[in-house]
Design a protein around this ligand. Structure first.
Ligand code: EPZ
Length: 431
């Protein structure tokens, strides 16, 4: 096992968090924005791109399609990584299994490839720890746009010889992956496309705003109904990646757990209002400031507040594990209902190793608050579960060792560094 896969994180609990936590660019915006660069032969510059394993993996996929990726150094005004993407010609319309399986959002390249090249051969992404993650909404949406699609040896083989044609389609559920994929495809289709029951997460709004900056004609941005008038060609643009609301929500829960006073620099409250409202109801002080969101907590036991997960603007599934962790020490019993993924309670077994009391029944979890948690050796199972174990460790007595932290590195930039700067005892160790 190479050193990255053996890396662990050691946490010693008991310290409050105080100071400032800079919020990085959103992983789930950066990925589709990078993919949008395939739609044009001109340069797309993305600012505030987080330095994450998933971003690095997607760079490999895009390079395979012929995209040249550089870091423009001429403008030092960027607060963090800025990357430019230029695909003069698409040299390969195939996205191979070994690359797609490593980062499932790579599958979304099928939209721009079809739109620009009228053909694509993209590996089915396969499932992951939290669910089977099918892509039927993507396939049916692209078929509705006139694509001919077959499944051949684990690949989706899509062709649209005369180009895509605008249509009206309704998504069965507001899919965060299918919405931007079909939206990107529709920007270059002939005629008008209406997407009903579209997802409206802030990351999707970021993508739609980027497409408009590239010359696309889109109405209804930020709503469940997107209307796209196809254009012949898209041009280059420069776009800022929105701050990561899941990182902001995760850190807010960490402060709520440990107590302290932290400014979440650049966080936008309107991107995670449902989660902030629940935290306030549980007794956390949340104040919107010009530079971000300030979170203040005493570290005492919080009030148990039930949560039902929902698509935006509801309470996000990507904060479910972190919130469950917070409620393990609440004063009372909390009911949490996961409505998006069929297997997103993998963190429960690990949390019980800290002494948490959690019962699962189907898609529901009942958390009975306990006064204290005790440090333990635990294992990360998926991206958001892994950070929930770190949060538990921040307040558990003694030492916690989290293994398989490669899950964490997919979606959190410099996590130990940011938390340590606010007083946490967190370090990466190689066993
Ligand atoms: C995106 O996944 C995110 N990933 C996930 O974040 C996030 O948890 C999820 O949206 C929900 O918000 C990225 O943005 C890269 P969906 P995605 O399509 O696109 C079913 C993280 O931790 N479905 O909204 O896969 C699906 O099985 C990751 O950053 C179909 O049945 O989410 C699921 O039950 C984890 N058929 C539900 O819809 C389809 O064709 C939601 O999926 C597509 C989806």
């Amino acid at each position: 096992m190479d050193s990255i896969r053996m890396a662990k994180i050691r946490v010693v609990g008991g310290n409050q968090l105080n100071g400032e936590l800079p919020i990085s660019g959103a992983k789930n915006a950066a990925l589709p924005l990078m993919i949008a660069s395939l739609l044009t032969n001109e340069k797309l510059v993305l600012r505030n791109v987080p330095d994450l394993a998933d971003v690095r993996q997607l760079k490999k996929i895009l390079s395979n399609h012929g995209t040249k990726i550089t870091s423009p150094t001429e403008d030092k005004s960027f607060q963090s990584a800025a990357l430019s993407f230029e695909t003069p010609t698409i040299t390969d319309t195939c996205a191979p299994y070994d690359l797609v399986a490593a980062m499932r959002a790579s599958f979304w390249v099928i939209g721009p490839l079809l739109a620009r090249e009228h053909k694509a051969r993209v590996s089915l992404p396969g499932g992951c720890a939290i669910g089977s993650r099918p892509v039927d909404y993507f396939i049916n949406g692209l078929k509705a746009l006139g694509a001919h699609i077959e499944i051949d040896e684990g690949y989706v083989v899509a062709t649209a010889p005369g180009g895509l044609v605008g249509t009206m389609l309704r998504l069965p559920t507001p899919s965060v992956g299918a919405t931007p994929t079909i939206l990107m495809a529709a920007t270059l289709a002939r005629g008008t496309t209406t997407i009903l029951n579209a997802a409206m997460e802030p990351e999707i709004t970021n993508v739609a705003d980027c497409l408009v900056a590239m010359g696309a004609k889109i109405k209804g941005i930020g709503t469940r109904k997107l209307v796209i008038e196809g254009v012949k060609k898209l041009h280059g643009a420069t776009i800022d990646v929105v701050p990561d609301r899941i990182e902001a929500g995760t850190f807010a829960m960490a402060v709520a757990m440990t107590g302290g006073d932290v400014l979440l620099r650049n966080a936008k409250s309107q991107h995670l209002q449902a989660a902030l409202d629940v935290l306030q109801a549980s007794g956390v002080d949340i104040v919107e400031e010009s530079g971000g969101i300030r979170v203040r907590a005493t570290g005492e036991r919080l009030k148990a507040v039930d949560v039902e997960i929902d698509t935006f603007p509801g309470f996000p599934t990507d904060l479910q594990a972190q919130y469950m962790t917070l409620m393990t020490r609440a004063n009372g019993t909390t009911k949490i209902k996961e409505t998006i993924f069929e297997n997103r309670f993998m963190h429960v077994a690990e949390l019980t190793r800290f002494g948490a009391k959690i019962e699962i029944e189907g898609q529901g979890a009942t958390v009975s608050g306990v006064k204290t948690l005790k440090g333990a050796q635990v294992m990360a199972t998926d991206l958001r579960a892994s950070v929930s174990l770190i949060i538990a460790g921040l307040v558990a007595s003694g030492e916690t060792i989290v293994s398989r932290v490669y899950h964490l590195d997919r979606g959190f930039e410099r996590l130990e560094e940011k938390l340590s700067a606010c007083g946490a005892k967190v370090e990466r160790i190689n066993d």
